[in-house]
Design a protein around this ligand. Sequence first.
Ligand code: MN
Length: 151
Amino acid sequence: MPLEKYHAKRKFEKMPEPKGEILTKSQNRFVVQEHHATHLHYDFRLELDGVLKSWAVPKGPPEKIGEKKLAMQVEDHPVDYINFHGIIPEGSYGAGIVKIWDKGKFALLNRTASTVEFNLKGKRLTGRYTLVKVKNPKFKRNAWLLIKLRN
Ligand code: MN
């Protein structure tokens, strides 16, 4: 079930985060949320399949051509989450401050089970990017690389 993992981790009566629904129409938006949780990371989210496909990028998204950053796929988030910023209270899942680091639109260029290629049009992030699933068994199964490509 979509969003099942998202809902299972959260008690919404205590949370400022949206409960959300699955949407049928995509506006092809993306967001990067700077998340000051136990470890600072950047949540990179693409509006796909009626949800936000999500990756936690510990070192932040690449900004130079050829740069690769580890991106751990996390549970799908509701599309409503795209505007979320604020404080996730102490004791809740992901507790800490969330700020919108970048947002904008993307154009999907290609997608397979282990790759997503797209063009970003944000304020900080622009141009061609790909997400590639890491197949090396030394890495966790949710490990991907976010790579900035030549346009
Ligand atoms: Mn996060």
